[in-house]
Each structure stands twice: as structure tokens, then as C-alpha cells.
Ligand binder design. Structure first.
Ligand code: KG4
Length: 340
């Protein structure tokens, strides 16, 4: 039988995930998140790799079971090789290598960032055909990255602009931490922002040329403004929580959209996608819809489940690399940092 069945494995940060894709259609996707980090207000690398060790076998087992596929039926194993936390990556990378070696099937290494972009091509059924047409522009915004990418083909991407310091998600998470909210801050800010006034406060925006981003100035501006307001009113945060969240979110969304609009204008490419953890944000999703209506963009917003880290995006990227016979030899190490 000619079915191409790919097992995808993702362990770059704090989610252990496995997914099975047959001929480009998703059969199963399992994610084990790690609650252990909440108490620390951020991901603790050593705890993350220990949890991956505990989760990887049951997660892969469950993904195969839900897909109704035996490991002997697999055509190849795709795994996240980087970028990410080294100790976390090592668990998935070693597991993928061991299983591929035991089964005598090819290995496909996947760049996590490429995976986020190709999440748009995850098909839940054969009828699922609303996918971006090449070339398209993709805004990739996550906890570790903020980039504008020109996607020419599945395996041909060009970074047009990127953050020179913090990522958008990192900025949201840090500001929310300053406000004493939980971790990760993104979803909490999102929820509060819906009830607040986005024009209540203004925070500084970067003035850098080209298509690059910067978020460290905003973080400092937020911190200093808050410090001054707290001097006059100790309960300031409690009283203005929703307005602070809405104004912060608006500033970040404006910064993201300003550069994206510039890229679309300069390239003339109006197929525009968004990807990565921050693409779950409602303010950003609304801004995309407004731009589509106003400027005639054809927009692609991923389903919530495929915005944050998941193995389905790794499996689909692996599938397209498999079709190109772009395999990985067993001696290739994981990498913690890499460009797209
Ligand atoms: O893509 P992702 O899961 O991890 C990385 O590969 O970095 O992204 C995680 C980031 C975190 O900063 C988190 O706060 C943010 O995405 N995030 C959100 C929302 N959901 C997750 N930011 C804003 N609004 C959300 N609804």
C-alpha cells in the first residue's frame, strides 16, 4: 500500500506532543502540557526535560492508538530538531532516532519555526482545502519569535523582518508578570483586554526602520509608567487591570500590524497568514479581519489548537520534506538556536 504515514514528535519547550498524518490528513494529535512551571512564572528547563522523559512514551503510544496505526505501518518519523531548549529537544530527538533506527525507516528533521508556518496546511479531512496560496506572507509571533516571512513554497521561506530584541509573546508575558498576573500572561491579558478600553493608556512604540521589530522599549515603558502610577495610587493595578491589559495589547497589535502592512504594500502579496502562540490573541485576530476588509487581504488564521506548540505541524512539515526525500541522518544533533 502506498499510504505515506508520518509520526511527528515535538518537545522543544514545555509541551510533549505526538501526531500522526496519513497522506497529508491528520489522524491524531496528542499534547501533554506541563503544569509544573506555573509556580515559577516561567519554564524551568531542567523540569521541562524531566517531564518530557515521563511523557514521551505514553504520548506517542496514545497518538498511534488514536490514529489506529501500528508503528510498523509508519513511513517516517519527523521530529523537532530546534530551535528550543536543549534539554527538552534532546528527549524528542533521541526518542525519534531510536524509534526510526529500530523500525528501519527514514528520519525527517523539522525546524520548529517552519512547522509553525506550515500549521496552515494541517488538514483535518480531505475537504479541508482553505489553505494559503504561494507566495504568501506569514507573521510568526510566539514566545520566542516575532518574524515576517515570505513563504514561496513548503520548503522555501525567506525572513523579511524580525525582532532585534524581545519577541511579542515574551513582552506580553513579562508585562503581565509585572502586573502580578499568572503565567503565561498571553491568555490572561487577552481575556482582561476584552473588557478594557484600549485607548486608556499609551505606551511607547519603537522607531526602527525596515521590517524589523523591537519590543524591549515597550516593556520598559510599561514598567516605568506602572511604577509612577503606583506611587500615587497603590491599588492602581487592581483598579485599572482591564484598561492596562487592553492598552498593552493594542500597542503590541499596532506594532505588529504596522510593519506587516508595510511588507504587504511593498511586495504586493495579499495572501497573509498568522502563526505561533500569540496568533491565539483576539485583538490580533480582529486586526487581521479588519485589514482583510479594509485592504482586500486574503487572511489565514489557524485553529486555536494549532497556534501553540503541537506535533501536528511537525508531522505536516515532515510530510512535505518526505515528499522531497529530504531526510536526516542519525548523526545530526539538536540545535538550540537557528534561523529559519
Ligand atoms: O508558540 P508558542 O506556544 O511557544 C513558542 O514557541 O514560543 O507561544 C507561546 C506564547 C507565550 O508568550 C504566550 O503568552 C503567548 O504565546 N500566547 C498569547 C495567547 N495565547 C498564547 N498571547 C496573547 N494572547 C493569547 N491568547
Amino acid at each position: 500500500n502506498n499510504d505515506i504515514i508520518i509520526l511527528g514528535i515535538e518537545s522543544s519547550c514545555d509541551d510533549t506532543s505526538a501526531a500522526v498524518i496519513r497522506n497529508g490528513v491528520l489522524l491524531s494529535s496528542v499534547i501533554a502540557s506541563q503544569a509544573v512551571h506555573e509556580a515559577y512564572g516561567g519554564v524551568v528547563p531542567e523540569l521541562a526535560s524531566r517531564a518530557h522523559q515521563q511523557n514521551i512514551v505514553p504520548v506517542v503510544h496514545e497518538a498511534l492508538k488514536r490514529a489506529g496505526v501500528t508503528k510498523e505501518q509508519l513511513s517516517a518519523i519527523a521530529f523537532t530538531r530546534g530551535p528550543g531548549l536543549m534539554g527538552s529537544l534532546l528527549v524528542g530527538v533521541s526518542f525519534a532516532k531510536g524509534l526510526a533506527l529500530a523500525l528501519g525507516i527514514p528520519l525527517v528533521d523539522v525546524n520548529h519555526l517552519q512547522g509553525h508556518v506550515l500549521a496552515h496546511f494541517i488538514k483535518e479531512s480531505e475537504e479541508d482545502t482553505d489553505q494559503p496560496k504561494f507566495p504568501f506572507i506569514c507573521l510568526l509571533v510566539s514566545g520566542g519569535n516575532s518574524q515576517i516571512i515570505r513563504v514561496n513554497a513548503y520548503n522555501d521561506m525567506q525572513v523579511l523582518g524580525q525582532t532585534i530584541d524581545d519577541a511579542a509573546g515574551e513582552a506580553i508575558d513579562k508585562c503581565s508578570k509585572v502586573m502580578g498576573l499568572g503565567y503565561p500572561g498571553g491568555p490572561i491579558i487577552d481575556k482582561l483586554a476584552r473588557q478594557g478600553n484600549p485607548n486608556a493608556f499609551t505606551f511607547s512604540k519603537p522607531h526602527i526602520g525596515g521590517y524589523d521589530y523591537s519590543f524591549s522599549g515597550l516593556k520598559t515603558s510599561f514598567l516605568y509608567s506602572l511604577r509612577d502610577w503606583l506611587k500615587d495610587e497603590p491599588d492602581f493595578i487592581e483598579h485599572h487591570k482591564t484598561d492596562l491589559a487592553a492598552s498593552l495589547e493594542k500597542t503590541i497589535v499596532d506594532i505588529l500590524m504596522d510593519k506587516l502592512r508595510k511588507v504587504v504594500k511593498d511586495t504586493g502579496i495579499t495572501e497573509v497568514a498568522v502563526a505561533g502562540g500569540v496568533s491565539a490573541n483576539n485583538g490580533l485576530r480582529n486586526a487581521f479581519r479588519e485589514h482583510a476588509a479594509k485592504y482586500g487581504w486574503k487572511i489565514y488564521i489557524p485553529k486555536f489548537g494549532y497556534t501553540t506548540d503541537n506535533a501536528a505541524m511537525i508531522a505536516i512539515t515532515g510530510y512535505y520534506k518526505y515528499l522531497d526525500k529530504d531526510f536526516c541522518s542519525i548523526d545530526k544533533p539538536a540545535y538550540s538556536r537557528v534561523a529559519l
